[in-house]
Design a protein around this ligand. Sequence first.
Ligand SMILES: O=C(O)CCC(=O)C(=O)O
Ligand SMILES: [Fe+2]
Length: 216
Amino acid sequence: MEEELFPRERLQIAPGAVHVPDWLDAGSRRDLLTACRAWARPPAGLRSVRTPGGGTMTARQVCLGWHWYPYAYARTVVDGDGAAVKPFPAWLGELGRRAVADALGPAAVAAAPYDIALINFYAGDARMGMHRDADERSEAPVVSLSLGDTCVFRFGNTETRTKPYTDVELRSGDLFVFGGASRRAYHGVPRVRPGTAPPELGLTGRLNVTLRVSGL
Ligand SMILES: O=C(O)CCC(=O)C(=O)O
Ligand SMILES: [Fe+2]
């Protein structure tokens, strides 16, 4: 890996929202990618998400534990092949709890276990519009892990899709956690930088895994 001219430092972007660069070690990045490739296979595999307005999200998605579709959760892929959603593995929940403890401190770790993963795959210049993660009943922090291409992650406020917001570069191996006062903040991915994935990982494109507590 290329040396950074200045090491990237962990940064609180807003109260309860923290970016931790290079949180995943090399082995964990490889293991998570291998797992994502298996989860992407049918049944209940990677799919394009259609929105009620008639659009299609440019990032493709696969879910674990609960299936997300605009704008609710189900146990089967109700807007796809109808198959049962793949189980949410215990090791992923443990990773989520460790991430929250590292980013926000042990007191921020939710009592309820993580039970949802949404895995988004951004090919080429796919992106994601400003939105809130609002279909979970739990206020537990959302844990976001990134692999592959670098993106611009826009983290805003709880009131509007517009300014004020902060743009953060998320790179392969980075962790971003948002909970507390930031749990319902608008956020999105205005741009991915194609071709920026570190070659040693062997991923073309960008993967983002968010872990959530459903409260369902
Ligand atoms: O890809 C990302 O970094 C964000 C994904 C996201 O906001 C979501 O899945 O709700
Ligand atoms: Fe989100």
